[in-house]
Each structure stands twice: as structure tokens, then as C-alpha cells.
Design a protein around this ligand. Sequence first.
Ligand code: S3P
Length: 172
Amino acid sequence: MKKVYLIGYMGCGKSAIGKRLSFATKMPYYDMDTEIVRMTGLTIPQIFEMYGEERFREMETEFLRTFRDEFCIIATGGGVAMRKENREIMRKTGLVFFLNAPFRDIWRRISTDRNRPIVQRSTHSDLEQLFNNRKPHYLHGAHFKVETENRSLRDIVDYIAFQIGRLKGEYK
Ligand code: S3P
């Protein structure tokens, strides 16, 4: 096991938890969107606008295929677990944690966000449907499902850090 992947819907807490987990485990933290923005020199809305969503999905897969081989924590984008190839790469190269949150918490966090093209173009009910469609893929891709509802960040981070510590030696 080298990498720790956090997967789940937009607004489920991947970045907030990833950063704290990095502090707790002393493993470096990377945010996939941030890395893609850095590599392309474009924002996520610009990539969607200029190249289309499909090209963005290719960039995500490319990132997973080629990202450096080191112990690290990676917060993935909310659509990453939809592709079979992506799920296979993540499961093969690391431990995968699905952060589960109820849609009403998610909506509260993402509804006013301007940096997420999918939110910009969708209604509340579109986003809820997408959430329901995606959930089986998150469950399928993950080694662990982590409940976040009514739990503090600290509690969630402690739980994931414990699982990493317990399994580190087993995944090589
Ligand atoms: C997306 C989620 C975003 C980002 C892009 C598409 C998605 O990442 O990759 O806007 O399809 O759910 P976050 O999950 O970090 O918001």
C-alpha cells in the first residue's frame, strides 16, 4: 500500500479530511483537481468549457496512471470513481476510503460553489439524482466506507489514520 485515496461526492469533505489526515499521518497530501489545474494552467471550469467533460475525465485517468510512486494521500474529484479503470488503479495502488455524507449536508456545502461546473449546470434534483447514481460506484471502488454524518473531522481522521496504521504493512 502506497497511496491513500479519498473518494466520494462533491462536498463530502475529501479535501478538509485529506489535509488533516496528512498532518496526522505525516504523509504528503495532493488534491487531484489542484494538480490538474497546476499541470494545465487552467481552472476546472475552463477545462470543461474549452475541452469538454470527457477530456477532463481523461486527464483524471492520466493523473492516476502516471502520478508519482510515493506514500501520499490523494483527494480525488467526485467523478473519479465512475470509471472502472480508475477504480482498478486506485485499489491496486492504495487503500480507498469512501466518505459518505447525506445529500442534504452535501447540498448545503456545494449549492453556491462557482468552481464546480457540474453544480453550475444542474438543479437540486439533478444533483440528488447524480448522487444516487454514483453511490454504488463509490461503494464498489472503496475498501472502506466512512460515515461522516454527525461526526467531527477529528473523529473521522482518527478512524482513517487508525486503519492506515493497521494495514500499512499488508499492502505492498
Ligand atoms: C466533479 C467534482 C469536482 C471536480 C469537477 C467534477 C464531479 O471535484 O473534479 O468539478 O464530477 O463530481 P470535487 O469532488 O473535489 O468537488
